[in-house]
Design a protein around this ligand. Structure first.
Ligand SMILES: C[S@@+](CC[C@H](N)C(=O)[O-])C[C@H]1O[C@@H](n2cnc3c(N)ncnc32)[C@H](O)[C@@H]1O
Length: 294
């Protein structure tokens, strides 16, 4: 009896520990849980409570400035059978801009080939749809643009979402998640073969290592080390993923500067080197430290 009771207690404790770490890929601690709650409050903030740095209305032109230089061309080349997912879309302004007549005037190059527009899906934790979004969704028809909210990327299945030829993320889930390797694994699962994931990190040590942290006496916003404590730059970690082709481009016009990543899926056997979360401090975006698992 005593032994059985003890075994049940041990099993429950192990299960609780596993549940605490399974989504975050790092040990849970009261401090980190507090930071995650603060971050949740930022997502859910409305009106005057929205922190100044929490930008939710970047235009498509701003996306094109921040993302890799061929993003505009790749988007213009999508046809009506293609699909575009914007993770962390905020108000979905970039998608609305894509559907304007002005966009077609500015991008005549792919217009004949594409014939019609790709289906676009905006994803956000919180619902930031505006009246403009609702009007456009009604005008375009239900399946042309969709807005998904109340869940994080990891909470969707492949059956539910399907795959996409283009995925973008401008200071969205990739910059905000506490589980960076799990996030990238999920993104690559939703990316079609030869599809491209365009994203950025702000205030990160670039591939060439030429930039200092943006704020004096502060670390970079996202940092990775190996088991010996040596730095692993975000770009080289991304390049160590199998079945992807990665380019990294530092953009110093952004303040703080961003490094833009273009990640093309070249085969299906994707393996993302696992990262353990060491630290997470809520913010816009949060400050994160990870360590390579092995
Ligand atoms: C700072 S806003 C950026 C909005 C938009 N990309 C822009 O540039 O205007 C961050 C967005 O990322 C979303 N987000 C953060 N983590 C996410 C995740 N794991 N899955 C889906 N969306 C996420 C938030 O809900 C929010 O919509």
């Amino acid at each position: 009896m005593k032994n059985t009771g003890m075994r049940i207690v041990v099993a429950l404790v192990l299960q609780a520990l596993w549940l605490g770490t399974s989504h975050s890929e790092g040990p849970a601690s009261p401090k980190i849980n507090e930071e995650l709650s603060k971050q949740e409050a930022i997502y859910r903030s409305t009106g005057e409570q929205v922190p100044e740095g929490y930008t939710v209305d970047r235009s498509l032109a701003v996306y094109a400035e921040g993302l890799s230089s061929d993003f505009g061309h790749a988007l213009a080349n999508l046809g009506p059978k293609d699909r575009w997912l914007d993770i962390g879309a905020g108000r979905g302004q970039a998608i609305l801009d894509y559907y304007t007549a002005d966009y077609d005037l500015a991008h005549p190059e792919g217009q004949e080939r594409r014939g019609g527009k790709a289906q676009a899906v905006a994803m956000s934790i919180e619902d930031r749809r505006t009246r403009l979004w609702q009007q456009n969704a009604a005008r375009l028809g239900e399946n042309q643009i969709r807005y998904l909210f109340d869940r994080r990327l990891r909470e969707y299945s492949l059956e539910e979402l399907g795959q996409f030829q283009l995925i973008s993320d401008v200071i969205g889930g990739f910059s905000y998640t506490d589980n960076l390797s799990g996030f990238v694994e999920n993104v690559l699962g939703f990316l079609a073969l030869n599809g491209i994931f365009y994203t950025v990190l702000q205030d990160v040590h670039s591939e060439a290592g030429t930039n200092p942290p943006y704020y004096k006496d502060s670390p970079f916003l996202t940092e990775i080390t190996n088991a010996d404590g040596a730095e692993v730059r975000a770009c080289s970690w991304l390049k160590s993923i199998t079945c992807v082709e990665v380019t990294c481009e530092l953009k110093t016009e952004w303040k703080p500067p961003v490094e833009a990543y273009r990640i093309r899926k070249t085969c299906n056997d994707v393996t993302v080197p696992a990262l353990v979360r060491i630290d997470y401090e809520a913010g816009t975006p949060p400050q994160r430290r990870y360590q390579l698992r092995n």
